[in-house]
Design a protein around this ligand. Structure first.
Ligand SMILES: [Cu+2]
Length: 666
């Protein structure tokens, strides 16, 4: 056994050992490590000891309070570090924000929160129970022949914000119901019935029944048994392509620290964004260089485009209202991630302040997609990527989120939307039905009696570049159509040139992507130069992931998510500006969000800046979305631009003459 194999075996033993031991025993080695179960418990214990909470309190959210960036600048492994947590707690009719020092075990502050905490499942259950006891709802179900409530499932969801007077004093949910059909694992909508529940008064404050709509009859499901019953076995049998890894992983995963090829970084989890990346550094020759201080998904906004009573309010903020981290689900080896992946657990918060270990919610793996990193005639190198993946199942959708590190110095962020379309019950059974045109005005008929309404998925990422240090600038490289001057004395009429623009202030940096007026977006360090005396930068390549919002900026849901009206924003770093849709998204009005911060028009040149980019796609549903939609991937790339002096993947180890990859080269 070679030494490197021994090291790998030891590593594998350590990784397996850590996983087996469970997250509660994880030690905190880095200031940005995820909160441990013990730390969650400390937060709750401190609040109890200080008599701020009793048994009725709801812990909506607990997170690490990110340490000041400056405080981490000089920190090295082994040195002590600050460790604080924030809790958002619901007590009777209001929410409080607590700041707790985990080192001293003391409550630092306890103040009324300036908004509402995120929704927890127990609240949705409570709203369901309130609605299902309402005589009007019971009567409405009876009119539809639904008397067996064991077949009925009601779902209470955030009601959105529309600027009505009562909203501020209420915590409102819209409750609609679905029902099982015989022989099916899928549920169909009971359309037209909406109860509005205020959780503070625990009353149904509004009730709508717009009339009986036939229930979809066709029992569908996506269990193997149900699929096989419908289709039999797929022709061609099992596919024979598998992904495997010889000799164990080429990365080292130590707690939240990950090192692979030319990359090293920290990652942690939080109930709101899910996985967060920190201190992403890339090796350039013998030197580690900073690229990102932090990157994570800051908000997910999915407004539906159907104005009916049952649908107008479906303007979900999947991260701010429900928590993308809180919605992380277990990944299956060989399905969600390759079998050779390392699966990592995460800690989740229960509303009573206890915690749960969510098994295998993150996977880390190397992969090759069979593509070359580069080639030139007979010479070439195969590419390997490193992927960090998690899946959040929020409502009907499952979202996969990937951070992909590449040997060419680029980082790809990808989101895969999969799961089940949100569905609406209609009378039409096909497009020749008398009501078909009216029924499909706002969506597509995807099964008999089932329409999937149109909607848009917006994903905002907060990207804190620190390229070779914190002081960075934003540069737009505008591509300008240019006439060829007659003095050039050539028959060519037109070319394009690049006009560099460095915005001084926030409002100058707000960028709307336009195909007819293209601009490359770069973050650079004006204080550092490469060998060619250029400033090192990274460019954000949208890779087709930008989509323009088609909604009115004065529409309530859009006011709360005003960042969607432009794709790219730059702000000066502020520790408390972390989520584009605001800290308190639930029933927020948008007055403390990315757009409102930017209105201060602060300087952004040669200072610590943060970039915000919104990935989006408009979804016109199709019959192929049923019963589970194929994964729809969108994403963007952070690409080095004059950062390295050469192609960083040039010295990737060659493939052996037998076509196998070299395995022992780090
Ligand atoms: Cu969709």
């Amino acid at each position: 056994m070679y030494l490197s194999e021994l090291v790998r075996a030891l590593r594998a033993f350590l990784i397996l050992g850590l996983l087996g031991y469970g997250a509660s025993a994880a030690a905190v080695n880095h200031p940005l490590d995820s909160l441990t179960q013990d730390e969650y418990k400390s937060v709750v214990d401190i609040l109890r000891k200080e008599r701020r909470v009793d048994a009725s309190a709801i812990f909506n959210y607990i997170s690490l309070m990110p340490p000041e960036k400056a405080a981490l600048a000089d920190w090295t492994v082994g040195k002590p570090f600050p460790r604080k947590a924030i809790a958002i707690v619901g007590i009777k009719d209001r929410h409080y924000r607590a700041e707790v020092d985990l080192i001293t075990g003391r409550l630092v502050s306890w103040l009324p929160a300036s908004g509402q905490g995120p929704v927890v499942e127990a609240e949705m259950d409570l709203a369901n129970a309130v609605a299902m006891k309402d005589a009007r709802l019971i009567e409405a179900m009876k009119r539809r022949g639904l008397t067996d409530f064991s077949l009925l499932r009601c779902i209470s969801l955030a009601s959105g914000t529309f600027g009505t007077k009562d909203e501020e004093s209420q915590r409102t949910f819209k409750t609609t119901c679905v029902t099982k059909r015989p022989g099916s694992s899928l549920e169909v909508p009971v359309e037209g019935v909406v109860a509005t529940v205020d959780l503070r008064s625990r009353k149904v404050i509004d009730f709508v029944d717009t009339g009986v709509v036939p229930l979809a009859p066709d029992p569908w499901g996506h269990s193997q048994e149900q699929i096989e019953a419908r289709f039999g076995k797929r022709a061609g049998g099992a596919h024979k392509t598998v992904m495997s890894q010889v000799g164990g992983p080429g990365y080292v995963l130590d707690g939240g620290h990950l090192q692979w090829d030319i990359w090293r970084l920290n990652f942690s989890t939080d109930e709101r964004p899910g996985v967060m990346l920190n201190n992403v550094e890339v090796r350039d020759g013998g030197k580690w260089r900073h690229v990102l201080y932090e990157m994570y998904l800051s908000e997910v906004f999915v407004p539906y485009s159907d104005p009916s009573q049952g649908w107008y309010w479906r303007t979900y903020m999947d991260s701010g209202e429900y928590g993308f981290g809180a919605s992380m689900t277990t990944l299956t080896p060989g399905v969600d991630c390759p079998p050779h992946a390392t699966f990592v657990d995460s800690v989740g918060l229960n509303p009573d302040g206890t915690t749960v270990v969510r098994k295998a919610t993150i996977c880390v793996f190397e992969r090759t997609d069979g593509d070359p990193a580069w080639r030139r005639l007979a010479e070439g190198r195969a590419a390997t990527d490193l992927v960090i993946r998690y899946a959040s199942s929020v409502g009907n959708y499952d979202y996969l989120v990937d951070y992909v590190f590449r040997q060419d110095g680029s980082i790809k962020t990808r989101i895969g939307a999969v799961g089940i379309d949100a569905i609406k019950g209609v009378a039409a059974t096909d497009m020749e039905s008398p009501t078909a045109q009216a029924d499909t005005r706002f969506g597509t008929l995807i099964r008999p009696n089932v329409v999937a309404p149109n909607h848009t998925h917006f994903f905002n990422f907060r990207i804190d570049f620190d390229i070779d240090g914190a002081s960075n600038s934003f540069m737009k490289m505008k591509m300008v159509p240019t006439k060829v001057d007659a003095s050039a004395n050539v028959p060519r009429k037109s070319i394009w040139t690049v006009a560099h623009e460095v915005p001084e202030r926030e409002l100058d940096a707000v960028t709307r992507m336009e195909l007819a007026a293209p601009a490359a977006l770069g973050i650079y360090n004006p204080n550092v130069k490469n060998a060619l005396k250029q400033n090192p930068s990274y460019m954000l390549m949208p890779d087709g992931s930008a989509a323009h919002s088609l909604l009115d900026v004065n529409d309530g849901p859009v006011k709360r998510n005003a960042y969607v009206d432009n794709q790219f924003w730059v702000t000066p770093y502020r520790p408390n500006e972390r989520y584009a849709g605001g800290t308190y998204a639930m029933q927020g009005t948008g007055d403390d969000t990315l757009k409102s911060w930017v209105s201060a028009n602060r300087p952004i040149k040669n200072t610590d800046i943060v970039s915000w980019y919104t990935v989006a796609f408009h979804h016109i549903p199709r019959s192929e979305d049923w019963p589970v939609m194929p994964a729809h991937w969108v994403g963007f790339t952070l690409m080095p631009h004059n950062f390295f002096d050469h192609n960083p993947s040039i010295n990737v180890a060659p493939t052996t003459p037998a076509g196998e990859r070299a395995h022992d080269q780090h």
